[in-house]
Design a protein around this ligand. Structure first.
Ligand code: CP
Length: 326
């Protein structure tokens, strides 16, 4: 693996290798094993053209736990505001010694552009590009699901995929890079996926995707899925006349306390509730659901560090990151 741009590029074996290495990395950062020397002398640049809390900080924590040096770059306050291009920005940072560039960008395809040119020779990791992909979010979600499944069934989490799990992804699919990366990865790992969304928040072409599509959240929940993955409503990408209204959205597609109670009443004790964050409490998810015993929201955040350690380790340990793309 030379870059991580899309979960579509990952074979089942690639994905399981990342999840297995993440499982080993989960022991790092504890009192017993504070950090590993694996990436000593390497430099990771966090190149963020969009805001982030979880992704940027967890990449920083991941790099530091592997003893790499970290340079954090935020477009706000940088020479990007003076018109500096992506190419010049990336080359400037590489000239300061970057071995890996973790990039978040509002334009879909910006990380692929960086990786496919000879602008820089660093490994490129997509930390979220426009409405396209967010591969490390999908990997940490798969890691969380795999651990949950192993806990439920008493088996080891190493080596396993998600075959047979039924995952419902709910909400603003149209604008969600998380939904796309998750769909591709979940299918690669053998899970069945149902997308539930208002018709206006499904992309044209979604009917051809390898999943079921529903407009009815109550119907999808009544099937007793293994996980319900709620998506953030991306209000910043909509205008005031967008349908549905927030009230309509919350009533029909929000995971509220009544729907949470219905899972209990139907005896679906093992259904977990996921959200990539940041959450719009009271819109796509109620506080009751977000903070319930079913919620894996904070576990997802913790797992993000282990998964990002695995990605950086696999990209940067050894010399393969300096070779041709594979
Ligand atoms: N899930 C996620 O990407 O969160 P941030 O925007 O805070 O990084």
């Amino acid at each position: 693996m030379r870059h991580l741009l899309s979960t579509l590029d990952l074979s089942r074996d690639d994905a399981i290798r990342i999840l297995d290495v993440a499982e080993e990395m989960a022991a790092v950062g504890t009192r017993e094993i504070k950090k590993l020397p694996a990436l000593r002398g390497r430099t990771v640049v966090n190149l963020f053209f969009e805001d982030s809390t979880r992704t940027r900080i967890s990449f920083e924590a991941a790099a530091k736990r592997l003893s790499a040096d970290v340079i954090n770059f935020a477009a706000k306050g940088s020479s990007v505001s003076k018109g500096e291009s992506l190419k010049d920005t990336a080359q400037t940072l590489e000239a300061m010694g970057a071995d890996a560039v973790v990039i978040r960008h509002p334009s879909s395809g910006a990380p692929a552009r960086l990786a496919s040119t000879d602008w820089i020779s660093s490994a490129v990791v997509n930390a979220g590009d426009g409405t396209h992909e967010h591969p490390t979010q999908a990997l940490l979600d798969a890691f969380t699901l795999r651990r949950h499944w192993a806990r439920l069934h008493g088996g080891p989490s190493l080596g396993g995929d998600l075959a047979g799990l039924r995952i419902v992804i709910v909400g603003d699919v149209l604008h969600s890079r998380v939904a796309r990366s998750n769909l591709w990865l979940l299918r690669t790992l053998g899970a069945e996926v149902t997308l539930v969304a208002p018709p206006t928040l499904l992309p044209v072409g979604a009917a051809a995707w390898p999943c079921a599509i529903s407009y009815d959240l109550d119907d999808a929940l009544a099937q007793g899925p293994d996980a319900v993955m709620m998506l953030r409503v991306q209000g910043e990408r909509m205008n005031a006349s967008f349908f549905p209204s927030t009230r309509e959205y919350s009533r029909r597609w929000g995971l509220d306390d009544a729907r949470l109670a219905a899972l209990d009443e139907r005896g679906f004790a093992d259904t977990v509730i996921m959200h990539p964050g940041p959450m719009n409490r009271g819109l796509e998810i109620s506080s009751g659901a977000a903070d319930s015993a079913r919620s894996t929201v904070l576990e997802q955040v913790s797992n993000g560090v282990s998964v990002r350690m695995a990605v950086l380790y696999l990209l940067l340990s050894g010399e393969q990151h300096r070779g041709p793309a594979n």
